[in-house]
Design a protein around this ligand. Structure first.
Ligand code: GDD
Ligand code: MG
Length: 359
């Protein structure tokens, strides 16, 4: 039986205001909490026990996911009182694992959407007889990630988290946020204090001569840390560009959840999802966006690449492009918001109050 630890305790600061009331992994993507996609993908790869390492808003996970049986898994919840960092969380979660010292344990960051072949990663871990095997991906600008150069055999040469100096940018291979640990290696992480797996554990293991193996994979990969990538991930799931068994319906240009009301003459496209109890009025156009439960998009509004929070309202003829509207906010008619604008939860914007000028 394969076990996994899922790191879901971060504050999701870069996703605010979506993460004010909801931890990042519980924000819906393609109609279900993002975490449901990760669990479904793990299960499909043969994982049967997942330890959720929770901290920020820890209490909301269990009421939704319960003991995991509805998802074909056994779920165990481990909660840190104070954030222990990625490494500290993995160490705390390990007490709940049944794996023997030599067994592989999967570890996932809780904000990654990927088409990675998890079974293949496990296989490569065995072949390499590694202490830790890391999924790596290539990105154009690696500065916001952990840089992981490898030799021709895949052996990890260094681990540099979020390099600050230009001379540190020695590769475009980054840590993709999924690892296979030999269980006994997890138990070498100090318990009960904050530890960064990226800044402390990996460099320390390398310095001590441990075998870290990197597997570069070209499958779909997206970090959902920012609103634009979160919305993109949801749209890609709806359209089937990346597959998840947890999408509640057929893949296509849009997904309308039961209990939503889309008036004739409204146009939905680009992988838009409309949540339960939400309303999209005639003449509205919603493209590549997430409209959460109970939200309203009024007549002739144009919403693109945006997230409309639960119970929020977008007034008639208002234009949103690349915007986050917090839960229960009210954006009046004839506004124009673009490019990274974020309306905090419960705020009101009067009619015709905001215009956008590119210069
Ligand atoms: N339980 C717990 N406790 N979880 C935590 C904590 C904590 O104290 N801190 C962070 N996490 C969880 C987050 O919820 C997230 O799922 C994961 O750990 C990674 O944290 P992020 O805050 O999203 O890190 P990042 O995106 O800046 O960088 C990480 O991911 C990159 C790939 O997206 C690093 O692992 C990088 O090396 C990597 O390239
Ligand atoms: Mg992240």
């Amino acid at each position: 039986m394969t076990e996994a630890v899922l790191l879901v305790g971060g504050k999701g600061t870069r996703l605010q205001p979506l993460t004010i009331n909801t931890p990042k992994p519980m924000v819906p993507a393609a109609g279900v909490p993002f975490l449901a996609h990760q669990l479904a993908r793990a299960r499909a790869a043969g994982v049967r026990h997942v330890v959720l390492a929770t901290c920020y808003l820890a209490e909301v996970f269990e009421p939704y996911f319960g003991d995991g049986s509805a998802h074909g898994l056994r779920l165990t919840y481990v909660t840190e009182d104070e954030p222990l960092g990625t490494g500290g969380a993995i160490r705390a979660a390990s007490d709940a694992l049944g794996a023997a010292p030599g067994d592989p344990v999967l570890v996932f960051n809780g904000d990654i959407l990927t088409g990675l072949d998890i079974r293949r990663l496990l296989h490569r871990h065995e072949q390499a007889q590694a202490d830790v095997t890391l999924h790596l991906t290539r990105v154009a600008d690696p500065r916001a990630f952990g840089l992981v150069p490898t030799d021709a055999d895949g052996r990890v040469l260094a681990f540099t988290e979020k390099p600050g100096r230009p001379e540190e940018i020695v590769t475009d291979q980054i840590n993709a946020g999924c690892y296979v640990f030999r269980r006994e290696v997890i138990d070498t992480i100090p318990a009960g204090r904050p530890v960064s797996v990226e800044r402390e554990t990996f460099p320390g293991l390398l310095a001590g001569g441990a075998r870290l193996h990197g597997v570069v994979d070209t499958a779909y990969w997206l970090d959902l840390g920012r609103p634009a990538s979160f919305v993109q991930a949801s749209a890609d799931l709806v359209r089937g560009i990346v597959r998840s068994p947890a999408v509640p319906g057929e893949t296509g240009e849009h997904l309308v959840l039961p209990g939503a009301h889309v008036e004739p003459g409204a146009r939905l496209g680009g992988g838009t999802v409309v949540g339960a109890g939400a309303h999209v009025a005639a003449g509205a156009e919603v493209e590549g966006s997430v409209v959460l439960d109970g939200a309203r998009v009024e007549a002739d509004a144009r919403v693109r690449a945006s997230m409309v929070g639960a119970g929020a309202r977008v007034g008639a003829r208002t234009v949103l492009d690349g915007v986050v509207i917090g839960d229960h906010s009210d954006v009046g008619a004839d506004n124009e918001l673009r490019e990274g604008a974020r309306v905090w939860c419960g705020m009101s914007i009067p009619d015709a109050a905001i215009r956008f000028s590119a210069v």
